[in-house]
Design a protein around this ligand. Sequence first.
Ligand code: PMP
Length: 368
Amino acid sequence: MTFGIDDLPVRDELRGKTPYGAPQLDVPVQLNTNENPYPLPEALVERIAERVREAARGLNRYPDRDAVELRTELAAYLTKTGHHPVTASHVWAANGSNEVIQQLLQTFGGPGRTAIGFEPSYSMHGLIARGTGTGWLSGPRNADFTIDVPAAVAAIAEHRPDVVFITSPNNPTGTAVGAEAVLALYEAAQAAKPSLVVVDEAYVEFSHRESLLPLIEGRPHLVVSRTMSKAFGAAGLRLGYLAAHPAVVDAVQLVRLPYHLSAVTQATALAALEHTDTLLGYVETLKAERDRLVTELRALDFEVTDSDANFVQFGRFEDSHAAWRRILDRGVLIRDNGVPGWLRVTAGTPAENDTFLDAVRELKKESG
Ligand code: PMP
């Protein structure tokens, strides 16, 4: 027997667990991790090089610990697109929204506390909860993958979680959540505890609905988290951020590592924000491609969940993993999120989507 994790004195709650692991396979068409298929435009690549060169001259010093310039620009972006004015004091940034979520759980969760999410949803909420010693509760959804609001309100009242996650649009289903549902859950969470409600808007730029950002007004326990990994096409950059009452921004600073955002990251993100309009242009193309995937998959008689994101959940398969494998055999990597009967495909370029659609058409033919 080889020496492994369980032979180490790791924390009990980590025993027998597996790390987050979307397969990273070298196949021609990769539509599995909800990345943006468009490389950054050359003008932006040049601007990043310029900004990073400038930052490199100061790398003997620690970066701006509070990332003020970056938070100011993120606030300007949110103000312009989110229909609600915010300033740097409402905004906090970290290495991907995963780190934002981790900092929130370190601050508001932790040992002896619990968090709830409505599943199927983004699996990292539960995994980060575990990593921070926070108990995890799985709340219900309706058969059509919308949040079962009365059941969710009842679960919050019963379990009195310290943190409530609402993912809108939801991953992996694509389902957006309306303001009314968020407000009902927020009220329930305040009556029960009060607790922190985190609205994960990683995919909101692709939504038919507007951002829930305005809801932070007058609700100091509501946080909206965002990322530059999807709409900004910068998953490799690792830049996520949140908007909330300034007190929340002060609170997460109790747990953030000093200088957590490198000078290179700050410089790169600032360059990308200068090119917001071009990058949001790609979002429009991707929304149209997402809608095309929905239409064409429905025409092929698949069941398709309405999508407000840059991906589409479709089914149903008797054996979704076998179907995933057969699509992979045709050179197209999509995602089996472990939702029985369903698979998820990320909207790629028109050519990538055509290859994917050809692959599922053949799959349909084979299975009669
Ligand atoms: N939230 C949701 C709902 C996601 O799907 C993802 C990435 N797949 C993230 C957060 C994390 O993104 P990142 O850390 O790249 O910002």
